[in-house]
Design a protein around this ligand. Structure first.
Ligand code: SF4
Ligand code: SF4
Length: 228
């Protein structure tokens, strides 16, 4: 993932984006103030590898410091692994939950930084919508996993054989992790549609949104489903 740089913005835009975060229905469940105890940082895997702190993000939001918030909502939120290990806050906060809201607002508001951060995710999103699984064995290629050494070359050469050796028949595939039936794909599409995920994808990547609709068009017709 490319970590973006915060662009210049007017005070009005910063205030508008901040207001959207606070207006989210989950906000008051996730943010109650902050003791600055650092327990969330100690639990956070991303804090070990990046200049990243769930404490700073929570504090910034509690203090309504719009300039620092703007840095966080454009840059830092994309370093969170969304593992929710920080959900052990003695103040009852969920820094990971707050970051989820900030990411969603960044996406739905069409911030350039969100588009930049999510570049490269299209392949994964397309794979999920078209096959129901996020990764597939045929992604296991030497150029993608050079640290695996010569083993990966051997596995990729004989992928079909390895897969057929697995007991459940649904795993005898190399282009998807396992076979998913059409009903499940339709359900997945409808969940994404009804929960606004497709709208978020459209805000970030209109081309991808069109491709996903094309992928699903025939399946929806087969199931006599008309999406409003
Ligand atoms: S654990 Fe909670 S109270 Fe402590 S620094 Fe993190 S957000 Fe603040
Ligand atoms: S959800 Fe994000 S902020 Fe919380 S512990 Fe995981 S990586 Fe850190």
């Amino acid at each position: 993932m490319t970590v973006p740089v915060a662009p210049q913005a007017t005070p009005e835009l910063k205030a508008e984006i901040f207001a959207k975060v606070v207006a989210d229905t989950r906000f008051h469940d996730y943010v109650h103030g902050c003791y600055e105890c650092g327990i969330c940082v100690a639990a956070c895997p991303s804090a070990r590898f990046y200049d990243f702190s769930p404490r700073k993000i929570t504090q910034t939001v509690c203090r309504e410091d719009l300039d620092t918030f703007w840095e966080h909502v454009n840059v830092d939120v994309w370093n969170c692994s969304q593992c929710f290990s920080c959900d052990r806050c003695p103040r009852g906060n969920s820094p990971g939950g707050l970051i989820t809201i900030m990411r969603e607002v960044a996406v739905t508001s069409g911030l350039r930084s969100a588009k930049q951060a999510l570049e490269g995710g299209e392949r994964v999103v397309y794979k999920i919508m078209s096959t129901g699984t996020q990764v597939s064995p045929d992604m296991l290629q030497p150029e993608a996993f050079p640290d695996w050494g010569p083993e990966v070359q051997e596995v990729s050469n004989n992928l079909d054989l390895w897969r057929r050796a697995l007991p459940p028949e649904t795993l005898h595939t190399t282009t998807t992790a396992w076979e998913i039936n059409d009903e499940t794909l339709v359900e997945l599409y409808l969940i994404w549609h009804m929960t606004g995920v497709l709208d978020m994808i459209k805000a970030v990547d209109e081309g991808l949104h069109m491709i996903l609709n094309d992928v699903m068009e025939e399946l929806l017709e087969d199931h006599d489903i008309v999406v409003p």
